[in-house]
Design a protein around this ligand. Structure first.
Ligand code: HEC
Ligand code: HEC
Length: 317
């Protein structure tokens, strides 16, 4: 089958599962005051609009395929909005609507004070598998300005509109994840959009515009130091948001499919053993050692988690 025919088939497959909802979500994320195809540098003044474009269309401005080598800051071809849906405006799981109000704060990962710029760079170097932006760069200042705008907008929004329309929050099953069951969930509920090989559907053949449906593993996805590489974080996101437009997985399905995605190869981050200098603060589902406990690496990656949680609870008493 030719590439074009293949992507047509994918679109047809998606049509069956709510393409209207998807297009509406995508349009919501991409809508903005600035026209789509402007060269980044022309609009590169610190504006909330530029910040929004950076978050919604990250690959087009900071991706590995952009013309200006100095602007190539990410190695993944995800957008921030691949995870922070609706350019971070959407309420609920991974919403950025009030993010800026939580910083600066103490970060257990670095055991130091974390500014909003540090937190954005956490996603730049892990979720986006790229390099940190300078605090005083136009791009960083524009993203921070946009997050400030979101928080002001949130404060002015009625409570009823802030409410997320999401299924009940994910509850951790008391068992190890079942990768085989996860593969079945993936084939039935995810592959139509994300591809049978999980490599997504690029928006254009040269990849410079990123993806319509982002890759879930492999070289263009997030690295193994990212938040979503933690199975419980991924399961919470998947249960709340996926399949996009029709999130209806139960806890078992979300848990198994999150483990399946995270059993697949992806870029590796250096020096992960330096995270969480106080190891007792390391989240139980962190996928890399060292740990303060003696549970196996396998159990930290795929569960069962309740015994590990119980061990730490006792330790803290
Ligand atoms: C692969 C998914 C993914 C991508 C892509 C991603 N993030 Fe994140 N982001 C996360 C996760 C997971 C968290 C942590 C949420 C938590 O702590 O529970 C997070 C947290 C954040 C926070 C802190 C939110 C808060 O309320 O404390 C900010 C700000 C943020 N991301 C900005 C960005 C920006 C800007 C980009 C693009 C440069 C980006 N993220 C790309 C997954 C992602
Ligand atoms: C209808 C199409 C569609 C289906 C079906 C779907 N997704 Fe997604 N998914 C998307 C889109 C589009 C995004 C990016 C978010 C956006 O643009 O709003 C996304 C983002 C993601 C992300 C974060 C970004 C990344 O690449 O890692 C994960 C993880 C994910 N999906 C997992 C799943 C899983 C697991 C399933 C099956 C249970 C699933 N998706 C089903 C369309 C879909």
């Amino acid at each position: 089958m030719s590439k074009a025919a293949e992507s047509r088939t994918i679109w047809l497959a998606c049509a069956g599962i709510g393409v209207i909802a998807i297009l509406a979500t995508l349009a919501w994320g991409r809508r903005g005051a600035i026209p789509d195809r402007e060269p980044a540098r022309d609009s590169a003044v610190v504006t909330e609009e530029y910040g929004k474009r950076l978050i919604a269309q990250t690959t087009e401005i900071l991706g590995p395929d952009v013309a200006d080598p100095r602007m190539r800051c990410t190695n993944s071809r995800l957008a921030c909005a691949s995870c922070h849906t609706g350019a971070g405006m959407e309420p609920g799981n991974l919403s950025l609507a009030t993010a800026i109000t939580r910083y600066p704060r103490l970060s257990p990962r670095s055991n130091g004070n974390e500014t909003i710029e540090d937190r954005i760079n956490g996603c730049m170097t892990r979720s986006m598998n790229g390099r940190a932006l300078a605090d005083d760069s136009l791009e960083m200042r524009a993203m921070v300005a946009y997050l400030g705008f979101l928080a002001r907008q949130d404060a002015a929004t009625a409570a009823s509109l802030r409410k997320a329309h999401e299924p009940p929050a994910f509850k951790t099953p008391d068992r190890a994840a079942n990768l085989e069951a996860g593969e079945h969930v993936f084939a039935r509920r995810c592959a139509a959009c994300h591809g049978r090989d999980g490599q997504g559907l690029p928006a254009s053949p040269d990849l410079v515009q990123g993806y319509v449906f982002p890759p879930l593993w492999g070289p263009n996805s997030f690295n193994d130091g990212a938040g979503l590489h933690r199975v419980l974080t991924a399961a919470r996101f998947v249960k709340a948001k996926m399949p996009l437009g029709k999130p209806d997985l139960n806890d078992d399905e979300a848990f198994d499919v999150a483990a399946f995605l995270n059993s697949k190869p992806r870029p590796e981050m250096a020096d992960l053993d330096r995270d969480y200098p106080d190891r007792t603060k390391k989240p139980v589902d962190t996928s890399y050692p060292p740990y303060a406990d003696s549970f196996s690496l396998e159990q930290h990656r795929f569960g069962p988690f309740p015994p590990i949680e119980a061990w730490y609870k006792k330790l803290r008493k």
